[in-house]
Design a protein. Structure first.
Length: 528
């Protein structure tokens, strides 16, 4: 190929490119003065948001950060957190969002494992960051997300004197890495899912199609932006269709209810734990929530009784169940509103850009109604785990991505998630799905939350154990719970013991940490 033909091929590839930065340019051009983002007293139009991202990208390039370098963000929700992400996508940096609840060894692990050369933190988290910096020689730049004038994301974003280089982002390709998305680590050490522009753009298309996102939406975003569900299923797809997002730091129930009313919010996504807290909030019925058109839920399993109550108390809102995991962007299946009556416990069907099967241990399809592992094939998938070839090979064994979830599929393709592979309880030679037991216990009027785990037992190997948070004003009634479970479950599925706690451990995305519960109560049967 001649030089001229090589240059032509490059121009053709560039013309057909579709990176996240390209998508930002398109939406900013189409909706320049429309409000894209509101955070506190700051409002960003689409044009201003694009300009802010470009200034931050240029500022980091001037600090010596190069395309391909990993840039870590350690902070709570803020406009600066989102702008840093967009800047990374624009300039070709690899964004590494970090759970702001992590400290010490866990924080050190992600910074070191990712090879991050820059770390931007909330001012309130600087002390936690400094505690782990001595043993991180690869980290060259420590900055703040907001609150300072040097190496500060918000300062860069608002600095009109920054010179944005011509052709910013022209070297970024569809297949370049744009994010290392670390798994939540609920069952093992976090792994960095390598996400490309192409994968996330495919995911955004699926979300827009399946969740009926549109320019008319006014969304409340209260879940952590470091988590893929809030960032990549809602905030980014809604941004790219021209919708307006009201961003807050955390899902405080009374604040969420007030903002839905004051701002005429049309859509809200939350895990079941947050929806439960909203329903239990004394202020729920005193607010006008009639603007809410879309109820999105996911991240963990929604108890059917809670879903039924939610639909009764918000009759004008359409529910969507969103299921997936970080490695697939993270949306994989959706249960649409019209399917909720017949299948309220289902996770729905595979979305636009996802193909899903249920297989046995030999990768053979299992018949409808039979339990199998959920596996996916999709352009939304990670290209592998960062510096973990063995984990990558295991995840893609047989040519499909193994979700680690056990499910059942009916003849119409609707999937019901039974449990995580690692949460299946093997008791007395039989297998129990913890979710089935949890669903039964949720139907008892004293139960607000419950997690069922298997704990070591000298006779049963694992004993089915229910760890329960009671509804306010109720007392523990072990006999009543036991009789209730016996009416709904086979004898071997009935919990051997009921434990009552004030709350359940969960990560900031709302997932209950059953690993922590197993560790905390692992000697329960030894000391009884």
């Amino acid at each position: 190929m001649t030089n001229n033909s090589g240059e032509l091929a490059t121009r053709i590839r560039h013309a057909g490119r579709n990176t996240i930065g390209d998508a930002l340019t398109r939406v900013a051009s189409k909706y320049r003065d429309r409000t894209a983002l509101v955070f506190g007293d700051r409002t960003w139009s689409f044009a201003a948001l694009e300009k802010a991202a470009d200034r931050v990208a240029a500022g980091l390039l001037a600090q010596g950060i190069a395309p391909g370098d990993r840039v870590a963000a350690y902070g709570r929700n803020s406009d600066a957190f989102l702008i840093l992400w967009l800047a990374c996508a624009r300039a070709g940096f690899v964004h590494v969002p970090i759970n702001y609840a992590l400290v010490g060894r866990e924080l050190h692990y992600i910074i070191e494992n990712s090879g991050a050369v820059a770390l931007f933190v909330d001012p309130s988290l600087e002390e936690k960051a400094h505690e782990v910096l001595d043993d991180l020689p690869g980290l060259r730049l420590l900055g703040t997300l907001f609150g300072r004038e040097k190496a500060d994301v918000l300062h860069f974003a608002c600095d009109s004197a920054i010179n944005i280089p011509a052709g910013l982002g022209d070297n970024v390709g569809d297949d370049d890495l744009v994010q290392l998305l670390y798994t939540s680590g609920t069952t093992a050490a976090p792994k960095g899912a390598m996400m490309t522009h192409r994968a996330l753009m495919a995911e955004y298309v699926s979300c827009i199609v399946e969740l009926e996102l549109s320019v008319r939406d006014k969304a409340l975003a209260a879940l952590p932006l470091y988590h893929s569900a809030q960032m990549h299923v809602f905030v980014m797809p809604q941004l790219l269709v021209g919708a307006t997002t009201l961003l807050i730091e955390a899902p405080q129930p009374e604040l969420c209810l007030r903002l839905i009313e004051e701002h005429a919010i049309t859509s809200f996504f939350a895990p079941p734990t947050v929806w439960i807290s909203l329903l239990r909030c004394p202020a729920f019925d005193s607010h006008d929530l009639s603007s809410l058109q879309f109820i999105y839920y996911g991240a963990s399993i929604m108890p059917v009784p809670t879903l039924q109550e939610l639909r009764q108390r918000l009759p004008g809102a359409r529910p969507f169940n969103c299921y997936g995991q970080s490695e697939i962007g993270p949306l994989a299946t959706v249960l649409r509103p019209e399917d909720h009556d017949a299948r309220p416990a289902s996770a729905g069907r595979a979305i636009f850009n996802v193909q899903t099967r249920l297989v046995d241990e030999n990768m053979r399809d299992v018949p409808p109604g039979t339990q199998g592992e959920i596996v996916h094939r999709s352009p939304q998938l990670l290209v592998g785990y960062w510096n973990a070839p063995q984990a990558t090979a295991e995840a893609f064994a047989g040519g499909w991505f193994h979700s680690g979830d056990i499910g059942v599929m009916d003849e119409e393709g609707f999937i019901s998630v039974v449990d995580r592979v690692k949460d299946i309880i093997k008791t007395g030679g039989t297998v129990v799905a913890s979710r089935e037991v949890e669903e039964a216990l949720f139907m008892h009027p004293t139960v607000q939350e419950v997690a069922v785990v298997g704990l070591p037992h000298d006779r049963w190997i694992e004993a089915v154990t229910a760890i329960i948070v009671l509804r306010p004003g109720h007392q523990a009634d072990v006999d009543g719970l036991h009789d209730h479970a016996k009416e709904l479950l086979a004898p071997f599925k009935v919990p051997k013991r009921f434990v009552f706690v004030p709350d359940l451990p969960r990560n900031t995305a709302g997932k209950i940490l059953k690993r922590d519960l197993r560790q905390k109560f692992e000697t329960l049967y030894e000391i009884s």
